[in-house]
Design a protein around this ligand. Structure first.
Ligand code: TZP
Ligand code: MG
Length: 212
């Protein structure tokens, strides 16, 4: 189970409409063809969709994931995850209480963010499936991101988490992915390293190559 989780985390693509200059459906299809192993729908922040439009886009992206057997994980929105019967839910420390998420999302993959060693130590490892750790580097994608913890911070979290599945986040790209994996992450997650490129297939393939 842990091994399976780790392989799903290898190339973890995160996206919402606010991250895209073109149709998110096309970007997701391209990224899947390029080799991503997991997808998180994160509709959040300035210019994000609300209500019906958010649900509609979620359904479209979920269908694309289903067609290619890629896990579809919802960020923050437990109601949406339940309504769509998503494969998973990811929450941050300031979102819902993790115990409540665990109770409401039985059977789903559950991811929790940790932005420091202290948060990682407090994580309920017995009831979640993976930790999202970061930001590792400076990012301009998330306005309220905490201070980057760097590779040293990641390695410290790896030490307290023992062999628990960890995916790193924040400023990860083709140039630094290998370092992040060597510092202890099982995989890298990315927004702009895919959404900022005109060809999502090529962007994902280059990330895949960089991970090898
Ligand atoms: N959480 C911490 S950093 C971040 C999130 C959602 C943004 C990651 O985006 P990018 O473009 O891969 O740096
Ligand atoms: Mg969150």
């Amino acid at each position: 189970m842990k091994g399976e989780m780790k392989s799903l985390l290898k190339l973890y693509f995160i996206m919402g409409s606010q991250d895209c200059q073109r149709d998110p459906r096309d970007i997701l299809r391209e990224a899947i063809h390029g080799g991503i192993t997991c997808f998180q729908y994160r509709e959040k922040g300035p210019h994000s969709l609300k209500g019906f439009q958010k649900i509609q886009l979620a359904k479209d992206l979920q269908l694309i994931c289903k067609e290619h057997q890629i896990p579809f994980i919802v960020n923050d929105d437990v109601n949406l995850a339940q309504r769509l019967n998503a494969d998973g839910i990811h929450v941050g420390q300031d979102d819902l209480n993790i115990r409540e998420v665990v109770n409401r999302c039985k059977g789903m993959i559950i991811g929790l963010s940790a932005t420091s060693v202290e948060e990682a130590i407090r994580a309920p490892f017995d009831s979640i499936d993976y930790l999202g750790v970061g930001p590792i580097y400076q990012t301009s994608t998330k306005r309220d991101a905490k201070r980057p913890i760097g590779l040293a911070g990641l390695t410290k979290i790896r030490e307290v988490a023992l062999d628990f599945p960890i995916v790193a986040i924040g400023g990860i790209n083709t140039r630094n992915l290998k370092d992040v994996l060597q510092a202890g992450a099982d995989g890298g997650s990315f927004i702009s390293a895919i959404t900022a490129y005109p060809n999502g297939t090529q962007a994902a393939k280059q990330l895949y190559n960089a991970s090898m």
